[in-house]
Unconditional design. Structure first.
Length: 286
């Protein structure tokens, strides 16, 4: 060693990066806290997908119950899937965990629960009793195909259309119309084969409504400011009405929602204004 050079201690001062590494060597308590934060963050990302898988499960469960001729369970499973589907997006936005993977998984789950499942349920319940098996198969396929087209169109129009309106009947609402009809008739002890043509009409109307250009109110513009004491009171009244006879009220609500899009479309057509004017909101993830 050159005697003119000052002695350099073996533990020389470290750079900021090295200091950060050394600083990372925390106490056991701090390490546990950091590990819990990482696990919690990963769990936050997994939570929306768990609701989406729940939606997928109840759609699959509905198909199985239809094969077992339990059409009441099959129909109710569609409504449970709707609840799961409404929660996954809200949870993702609340936790800021929207991902492209979650959006794709949601579309697949919606296709099973609100496309394939209602078509198979109504086919097993009534459509296969039609005089021609080809007509029955065509009606079920048209509904499923329209659901697939509706979901694909929605995915490519995110951030383009006005978020206040749905372009075509949403697939969960269409599934609710079909499943609600099956649930109501089953509750009234009406056999599907006795009203097979009515089931045929309901299936086609619900399916075709998904691919129309009619605008259906999305309720997305009702933010937190729209929640008031009056709204809560009306919600309580609504629950009371549903409890009077759930199958009838639920079916009536979704049929009214289906009709609302056509009423608005006809009203604008008669006024000469066409469809409701749409703004172009900034793109947002689902």
């Amino acid at each position: 060693m050159n005697p003119t050079e000052p002695d350099v201690p073996e533990t020389a001062p470290q750079s900021d990066a090295a200091a950060a590494v050394v600083g990372h060597e925390l106490t056991m308590r701090e390490r546990r806290a950091a590990l819990k934060n990482r696990i919690r963050r990963r769990g936050m990302f997994a939570l929306p997908s768990m609701f989406t898988l729940g939606c997928l499960f109840f759609g699959f469960f509905g198909i199985v119950q239809a094969m077992n001729l339990r059409f009441d369970y099959a129909s109710m499973s569609i409504f449970v899937a709707m609840v799961m589907d409404s929660l996954d997006g809200r949870v993702a936005r609340m936790t800021n965990t929207q991902t492209a993977f979650g959006a794709e998984l949601d579309s697949i789950a919606d296709m099973v629960s609100f496309g394939a499942a209602p078509a198979l349920i109504v086919y097993e319940w009534a459509l296969k009793s039609l005089p021609s098996p080809r007509i029955a198969l065509a009606a079920a396929f048209i509904y499923a195909a329209c659901a697939a087209l509706r979901l694909a169109r929605f995915n490519v129009q995110i951030g383009i259309i006005d978020k206040r309106f749905f372009n075509g009947l949403p697939s969960p609402a269409a599934a609710a119309v079909v499943a609600g009809f099956v649930l109501l008739m089953d509750d009234l002890n009406i056999d599907g084969k006795d009203i097979a043509w009515w089931a045929f009409a309901v299936t086609l109307v619900a399916g075709i409504s998904m691919v129309t250009t009619a605008k259906f109110f999305s309720f997305k513009s009702m933010g937190r400011r729209a929640i008031s004491f009056t709204a809560i009171a009306l919600l309580a009244v609504g629950f009371g009405i549903v409890l009077m006879h759930p199958p009838t009220v639920i079916f009536a609500v979704f049929v009214t929602y289906l009709a609302s899009g056509y009423v608005v479309w006809i009203w604008h057509a008669l006024r000469g204004g066409g469809a409701p004017q749409q703004s172009k909101p900034p793109a947002e993830s689902v």
